[in-house]
Design a protein around this ligand. Structure first.
Ligand code: NAD
Ligand code: UDX
Length: 472
């Protein structure tokens, strides 16, 4: 393979693992390091620790060919020219990003250095982290000319991570000198010159999209801000449509039509205008908080972000009240909950609105029978089965004898349920859909009372109109 670069990726989580196999896929030699020995053992045996489309095939294709896994960080660093740091940057106590994992890794890298290397921030980090990484390297005795620090934020989404990585809207390289920018250009060349997309063994689906990915070189500070600002803006778009959905509901308008009408304006675009339970996941909540904090540290009151967060939190309360409005009391009621992951096509339950709702329902005395196609193992680990919580094998088992069915995550299979069968399984034919997966009129035709987000309630005469409760 021409112009292959030796790359070390530190962290084999949702980002690091995907980056590692994708770098191998575009022709580089990759060592992926993690300090979680069990994960490394699993990966070396061909196991995949996360649920992600295409990942098992990609791993099988490149394991011990383009990519190897180890817990020996020094080995990874000493055999690589570019070191991608992809460890977690969770929300800290003040809302700021907790950078202790990044700092720990940088200190270890410093002690393993054996020649010039480029350290790449793949993790999402606040502006000026590049300066802190440099300072940390110098404090640990590394000479200034021996390293550079580049910000190369990652924009992949879980569920479509491999496709997003290999066919990104853009690649951002925040470098403060040409030498380090050039190495990143070489690494991403197969995507930015489009040669990857013409390869016969490229990931299916990529071949039809020959457009090379745009590679944008900026300063490190700008790149760091691009990542935070992008996530905050997408979160804002979601909160905006959720706020509009609440108005739509009051005036009997339909948020799906409103979003479609807005999205047809090319300046607005149709994406990220799906109203629902609010955004969750390991990125938006923490990145909105971190970006607010970053601005605050520079004396700027970015109040808009605080509103984005509040609207998001409110969205869950509104849905919870919808459940109460449909069922009257909750204590002792059986509720079927479809979905536990923070969105469809992933097993990730971090900051999952679905899981938060299950907790709230249990606290209110309801009995919940939950089902998720991929996230049950992770959910069970933090919410074990109890008198009030059970996990079902499928959606219909969850629905058996339930007073209502709640759709909490947008898994595709939840939008294709056999409605006749569902009707038979439920004690009362009530569906409360936090993801707008069905058309209200269709649900009424099938005999359901159907409540969704930002659309008029659809109900059968027998069930009667549900009460609308206002969030206190
Ligand atoms: P993750 O928690 O899934 O993975 C982090 C990995 O780093 C874990 O496997 C952990 O064991 C490992 N690790 C921690 N300390 C280590 C050390 N000292 N040495 C070696 N390995 C170590 O996290 P993630 O979801 O992959 O996110 C990583 C970063 O990427 C975060 O900054 C996140 O904000 C950002 N990001 C995430 C996504 C996403 O969709 N998850 C998308 C874009 C950016
Ligand atoms: C996000 C960013 O999209 C990605 O660029 C970044 O790299 C990581 O964070 P991810 O968290 O994997 O990706 O999922 P995403 O598809 O963005 O969804 C985030 C949350 O927003 C989910 O809870 C989802 O259900 C919600 N969402 C998304 C909506 O409520 N409405 C929408 O229209 C889109």
């Amino acid at each position: 393979m021409s112009d292959s670069v030796s790359i070390c990726v530190i962290g084999s989580g949702y980002v690091g693992l995907v980056a590692a196999v994708c770098f191998a896929e575009i022709g580089h030699k990759v060592i992926c390091v993690d300090n979680n020995e069990a994960k490394i053992k699993m990966l070396n045996e061909g196991g995949v620790p996360i649920y992600e489309q295409h990942l098992p095939d990609m791993l099988a294709k490149h394991l011990n060919r383009g990519v190897e896994f180890t817990s020996d960080l020094a080995y990874g660093v000493q055999n690589s020219d570019a070191i991608f740091i992809a460890v977690g940057t969770p929300q800290g106590s003040t809302g700021s990003a907790d950078l202790s994992y990044v700092e720990a890794v940088v200190s270890e890298i410093a002690h393993a250095m054996n020649g010039y290397k480029v350290l790449v921030e793949k993790s999402t980090v606040p502006v000026y982290t590049n300066e802190w990484v440099s300072r940390c390297m110098l404090r640990h005795g590394v000479e200034p000319g021996e390293f550079d620090v580049v910000s190369n934020p990652e924009f992949l989404r879980e569920g479509t991570a491999i496709g997003d990585f290999l066919h990104p809207d853009r690649i951002v390289v925040g470098a403060n000198n040409d030498r380090s920018a050039e190495l990143l250009r070489r690494i991403y060349a197969p995507l930015s010159n489009g040669s990857y997309y013409t390869r016969e063994d490229a990931l299916p689906g990529m071949l039809s999209e020959h457009n090379p990915a745009t590679l944008l070189v900026t300063s490190a500070q700008s790149a760091e801000i691009i990542k935070h600002a992008s996530n905050a803006f997408l979160a804002l778009k979601i909160s905006f449509i959720n706020a509009v959905s609440n108005l739509a509901e009051v005036v009997d308008a339909d948020i799906e039509d409103i979003a479609a009408g807005m999205g047809l304006d090319s300046r607005i675009g149709p994406k990220f205008l799906r109203a629902g339970l609010g955004y969750g996941g390991s990125c938006f909540p923490k990145d909105v908080a971190a970006f607010y904090w970053v601005a605050q540290q520079q004396g700027i009151n970015f109040q808009l972000l605080e509103e984005v967060r509040k609207i998001n939190a409110n969205q869950q309360d509104i849905f919870f009240n919808k459940v109460r409005g449909a069922l009257w009391t909750l204590r002792g009621k059986k509720l079927a909950a479809l979905g536990l992951s923070f969105k469809g096509d992933t097993d990730d339950i971090r900051e999952s609105p679905a899981l938060d709702l299950v907790r709230k329902l249990i606290d209110a005395g309801a009995n919940v029978s939950a089902y998720d196609p991929a996230a049950m193992e992770k959910a069970e680990a933090i919410l074990p089965p109890s008198d009030q919580l059970s996990y079902a094998f499928n959606a219909y088992e969850a629905a058996e004898g339930a007073d209502a069915l709640l759709i909490l995550t947008d898994w595709k299979e939840f939008g294709r349920l056999d409605l006749q069968r569902l009707h038979q399984m439920l004690k009362f034919p009530i569906v409360i859909d936090g993801r707008n997966l069905y058309k209200p009129a269709h649900m009424v035709e099938h005999g359901f009372t159907y409540l969704s987000v930002g659309r008029p309630a659809a109900y059968t005469a027998q069930q009667g109109k549900p009460r609308k409760l206002v969030v206190s």
